[in-house]
Design a protein around this ligand. Structure first.
Ligand SMILES: NC(=O)c1ccc[n+]([C@@H]2O[C@H](COP(=O)([O-])OP(=O)(O)OC[C@H]3O[C@@H](n4cnc5c(N)ncnc54)[C@H](OP(=O)(O)O)[C@@H]3O)[C@@H](O)[C@H]2O)c1
Length: 429
């Protein structure tokens, strides 16, 4: 099948699948805000999910929230992950499926399969390395043959980190060899939390970390060459001078996604690979003790099915309020923001990275609104808008890609800068 372009005779540029979900509803709102950014200034779109009534209710809620009554007339497609035929019918109608149905380890694969078989590109907001790497292993060649782009992790996991490293590399005059990132999330007086599905993704991801090692063995990759001085891994818990608070290793998908992008850019474009370590701030002494205690309880309970059952049943209790079944309120979301500081080092132009210590530093930052349900819909929708408008700047062939490998040569960063997710240079050489 030929690579799809926006001239395809399909009724919709974008189909939001899982529109009734906690995240899906905000993706619906974000799509409706960006309608004039579609090809030729318009965007044909529809919502999809397994229940027509709930989809119609989602549209009514979005129409009220944005004061756009016309949203009630957006087309509805009924499709269920458990019914492949319904997925095929959905995929045939769209150029891109924005898949918001998760946890992806449970629901994601049939959607990827249906997209490839029926010629629709697929963008998701998965933060589960097992799923993302497993899909690449299993479907990359099929997607390539069909000219379909399957682009995972286009939410807060992991566009800021993945595109942030490429941005830092572009700003650096010389060879950037290593980056450490420091994430901080600032909540307002109302506090904030993540929705249940994210918590479940974490529980089942940790419980099944052995399958990630199996997938990686099957890839059989040789380790990516470490250019320049080797980056040092910090301790499990430390006080970070960079963000002036205690920090731990970031357990999300960023390191996995960044490494895949760096491998791709090295292999396909001969870019010098960047070593990467990701950390997240956890606050002062009290928060540090609380996180430590919650971490030990989580680590112990996640190993047993009874423990996983309890963790799943009582997210708020076991996460110390970090996750809840109801998710954050709009007020909480409005008061929350994130900052991802990227501290890089390397060798100035004309200096050989194989000789001596790095002689230049750089610091960049990606900032944005509440990560899970404001920034994620923005990055996901802008990824789709970029794919629609700049199809010719993506890799020549379809396939399963990270955001960085798909969008390195596009204007995605410029587009995000105009949509509240800002990339900036703090200190150059
Ligand atoms: N990358 C990031 O930073 C980021 C941010 C936010 C969310 N996420 C991820 O996005 C995913 C969704 O999160 P959420 O909080 O929105 O979850 P959610 O509220 O539980 O929504 C799940 C959605 O999946 C739908 N669904 C479930 N089973 C289905 C099936 N068999 N067929 C069709 N649809 C089905 C649900 O439809 P019904 O309404 O019919 O039940 C609902 O629309 C999670 O994996 C989460 O981790 C990632």
């Amino acid at each position: 099948m030929a690579t799809l372009t926006t001239s395809s005779k399909r009724p919709y540029h974008i189909i939001v699948f899982g529109a009734t979900g906690f995240t899906g509803q905000f993706v619906v709102e974000e799509v409706s805000r960006t309608c004039n950014e579609g090809p030729g200034g318009t965007l044909q779109w529809a919502v999809a999910g397994r229940n027509r009534d709930r989809l119609e209710k989602t549209l009514v809620l979005a129409a009220d929230a944005l004061r756009k009554p016309e949203l009630k007339c957006v087309e509805v497609i009924v499709a269920d992950v458990a019914e492949p035929e319904s997925l095929a019918i959905m995929c045939k109608q769209g150029i891109i499926v924005l898949n918001c149905v998760g946890p992806y380890r449970f629901y994601g694969e049939p959607v990827v399969k249906a997209c490839i078989e029926n010629g629709a590109h697929c963008i998701d907001i998965c933060g589960e390395p097992q799923f993302l790497e497993g899909i690449q292993l299993k479907y990359h060649s099929n997607a390539q043959e069909k000219g379909v782009y399957i682009i995972g992790s286009c939410g807060f996991d992991s566009i800021p980190a993945d595109m942030g490293i490429l941005y830092t590399q572009n700003q650096f005059r010389g060879t950037l060899t290593a980056v450490e990132s420091f994430l901080t999330i600032n909540t307002g007086p109302e506090g904030g939390c993540g929705h249940d599905a994210m918590w479940q993704s974490a529980i089942f991801g940790f419980a099944d970390s052995a399958s990630l090692r199996r997938i990686r063995r099957k890839f059989g990759h040789t380790p990516l060459e470490a250019v320049g001085a080797r980056i040092k891994k910090r301790g499990a818990l430390f006080f970070s001078k960079e963000i002036e608070q205690y920090a731990i290793h970031f357990m999300g998908s960023d390191p996995s996604v960044v490494r895949r992008t760096q491998r791709y850019m090295h292999k396909e474009h001969k870019h010098s690979p960047v070593q990467y370590m990701a950390y997240v701030g956890i606050g002062g002494l009290f928060s540090m003790l609380k996180t430590l205690f919650a971490g030990v309880v989580f680590w112990f309970m996640v190993k047993f099915s009874l423990g996983r059952g309890l963790l799943t049943e009582f997210p708020e209790f076991f996460s110390f309020g970090l996750f809840s079944k109801t998710g954050p309120t709009r007020k909480q979301m409005d008061g929350t923001s994130f900052s991802l500081r990227l501290m890089g080092e390397g060798y100035m132009s004309g200096h050989d990275p194989s000789q001596g210590k790095p002689n230049a530093k750089i610091s960049t930052e990606v900032t944005g609104p509440e990560p899970g349900y404001i920034a994620t819909p923005i990055t996901m929708v802008q990824a789709a808008i970029t794919l629609l408008n700049e199809h010719h700047c993506l890799p020549n062939k379809g396939g399963v890609y990270t955001p960085g490998s798909a969008f390195a040569r596009t204007t995605l960063i410029d587009r995000l800068n105009k949509h509240r997710v800002q990339f900036s240079l703090k200190n150059g050489q």
